[in-house]
Design a binder for this molecule. Structure first.
Ligand code: TPP
Ligand code: SF4
Length: 287
């Protein structure tokens, strides 16, 4: 189907602060969806709660701005019930790696065909700038007046270590690059994760803004990175928080079957020997 980015733009005007990085992420999502070419009614976006979690409302796809930290379980349930839909999940670093952090390993190991986009701004934007799980050590915020003593979670290492088949990192400072990786994530069969360094202009650090990203970002492709090697990806991902390396860290060249494919195969196999409806309960009777 021939679609353009504006086919995915809803009539709702974003209420993000002027200059928020999430505007660029939204543009990249529109463009990636246009390239994928599936109409909005075949796409569903699930998010949690946060500034970034407003994303579904700004698209013409089906959308569910759900509960803080619960984008992934809801997206998995939706994919199970409606496997024909292209399902995306989106939200902030707090949503995904703090309150929702326990869901990530399970979404990875179930490997359903989902794309998860995290807008990592190292703060809780919506609730006015508290520490988030990816805040750097030493950061002073309203909840860390003397500077945070904790080390940040590394979302890239976390997801790679659990075995995700697709892991990438982008920034709205390079919308073309971000569009390409979101498109590749959607096309990847299985759980795909895109961490976006999306600046919060209101509560974020100066060194984490678009201008700084433009000056410091390095593309993995220019560093001779091999995206088919998980070991190389794990190695490069260690620089999270110190360097801004963008692109596809890892993409499994031989992806295993998705959960949906396994479920369908099991259903077909069981249909071959299915009992008549009237005898279904006999399977549970001890003779
Ligand atoms: C169960 C629950 N706990 C806490 C909150 C309050 N809350 C709303 S958004 C948010 C964090 C937002 O940060 P993040 O997920 O990183 O998204 P951002 O706003 O930075 O895009 C919190 C703590 C809530 N809505 N629900
Ligand atoms: S508070 Fe930060 S994350 Fe939220 S809309 Fe404003 S700039 Fe964006």
């Amino acid at each position: 189907m021939n679609l353009v980015a504006k086919d995915f733009k809803s009539d709702l005007k974003p209420i993000w602060c002027p200059g928020c990085g999430d505007f660029g992420v939204l543009q990249a999502i529109y463009r990636a969806l246009a390239t994928i070419g599936r109409p909005p009614h075949e796409i569903a976006f699930v998010s949690g709660i946060g500034c970034s979690s407003r994303i579904p409302g700004y698209t013409t796809a089906y959308g569910f701005n759900s509960v803080h930290g619960r984008a992934l379980p809801i997206a998995q349930g939706l994919k199970l019930a409606r496997p024909e839909l292209l399902v995306l999940a989106a939200g902030g670093d707090g949503d995904g790696f703090s309150i929702g952090g326990g869901h990530v390993p399970h979404a990875v190991r179930r490997n359903d065909d989902l794309t998860y986009i995290v807008m990592d701004n190292q703060t809780y934007g919506l609730t006015k700038g508290q520490l988030s799980p990816t805040s750097p050590q030493g950061l002073r915020t309203v909840t860390s007046a003397y500077g945070s003593l904790e080390l940040p979670v590394n979302p890239l290492l976390y997801v790679l270590a659990y075995g995700a088949g697709f892991v990438a990192q982008g920034t709205p400072a390079d919308i073309a690059g971000l569009t390409e990786m979101i498109e590749a994530a959607i096309r990847h069969p299985g759980f795909a994760f895109v961490n976006v360094q999306s600046p919060c202009v209101t509560y974020g650090e100066e060194g984490q803004q678009i201008k700084a990203h433009k000056a410091t970002m390095q593309k993995l492709a220019d560093l001779g990175h091999d995206p088919t090697s998980r070991i190389q990806a794990l190695d490069r991902a260690q620089s999270y928080g110190r360097e801004l390396l963008t692109g596809i860290y890892f993409q499994d060249p031989d992806p295993p079957p998705t959960l949906g494919a396994l479920v369908r195969a099991r259903q077909e196999a069981m249909m071959a020997t299915a009992r008549p409806r009237a005898q279904i309960l006999d399977a549970f009777v001890q003779h």
